[in-house]
Write a protein that binds this ligand. Sequence first.
Ligand code: SF4
Length: 500
Amino acid sequence: MVGGLGVGLKKRLLQHQINHYLARLAKTQNEEQFYNEFDVILKGLHRFAGPNRPAMENVRKAFQRKHPWAELSRLLLQDRISKVSREKLAENFFCDWVMEAKTREKLEEEGFKAPWFFVISPTNACNLNCYGCYAHEYEKGQGLSYPTFDRILREAKQLGIQFIIISGGEPFHYKDRKTGKDLLDLLEEHDDMFFQIYTNGTLLDDKTIERLAKIGNAAPAISMEGFKKETDERRGSQVWEKITEARRRLHEVGVLQGFSVTVTRENASIVSSDEFIDDLIAKHVSFGWYFIYIPIGKKPAVELMPTIEQRSKLREKVWEWRSNRPIFIGDFWNDGPWTGGCIAGGRKYFHINSSGDVEPCVFIHFAVDNIMELWKKGKGLREAIISPFFLSIRKKQLEKNHNWLTPCAIIDKPEILRDAVKEYNAYPTHKGAETIIKGNIASFLDEYAKRLEATTRPEFEKMVAGEYDSPGVKLSKVIENYRRKNRQELEIQTRRVERI
Ligand code: SF4
């Protein structure tokens, strides 16, 4: 019991309260009234927030300052998402974020720190044939069976993980051979979770979109390479038209939608332009992710990696857009200072591939555990998250990486991954995975990492010294807190491993 009420009842009350407020907000037309109402909600929720209280306080302050994300919330509630999507977001994402904090706190007391989310790729198969896509170039297996996929999600919930990212292959291409069940069946079966789905968008036909709208607990992030020319050149002719139409339909039925881009030397200037992001906002896109091309797969091409200058330019643009555009953007590499460095190895996330191998990150194709093998031994996700391989990556990050503008264990501090793979004899999860840790590509990365460190170190020092602090957000404090927390969290996990 919490505060005299059972957790289940408290959660339902919270859900009811939030839904009531959000419905009111959705009807508010006057901007001032919208912001005032929102402030009342956040104030009311403060007492439920537990360990998330400081984060909630920051959100509240941002709304009071009318940060562009406040405008994003208004657009979402008044224009972009349906009642079903709104309620699922509130119940599965927001309420769970607040309430599952208790589950997580309890696990922490037992000596286990669960990551916030993970990525799962149920299939490597795809309906497109894009040049350079690592998923396409790997051999196709059967993918995860539906019961395996389902069991992984049930285990995740026991660890207080309610947010799952689905990747691939093409997730909407997934179908279990035995049962015929597909991704939408899974979303429906786990309607108490929230999913983000990386998709090429071409299988989002009317029927799929209508089902997504009905279920309400998933947000597709459609991949693109730039505008029509760049997207069709790599993905195939007419792909741009198909995804534009899918975006229109998703908006029409009120499904939250995002984008994802792999930044290469060729498209970097286009995808870092105001025109690119404004076009997405105009198409009602609410969030998106930038990924830097990294040379993995069967035909890795180091010449496609963006230059160090292009990478810095992207950071400047993304950070600028955060202060003046109503869209949520994640920049997987450049956001290190905001995320306490690399999030891999179960610190904040990990990846399960289509064979069940548990990888530290979607881009690290090495593992020491396979989920099906763990189950045979009476173990599971919990043990995978605290594998010595995962913990070693985190420990090495803590000890060797003091510049979070170079967070990556693969390309920025490549020795971290190489040493951990060697130390724990991690097996490659795909043919060709080793090319990133030895030979010409490894030598290229050593040089790249040296230059990146030299260029970014002074900038990161400025962040630590408070030169990037604003009246609303103190980045120097964020960095300071993460330095402490990363150490504490690793200590919690390590203590547990020692006890096993
Ligand atoms: S290893 Fe690199 S790509 Fe993976 S989470 Fe860390 S920084 Fe990101």
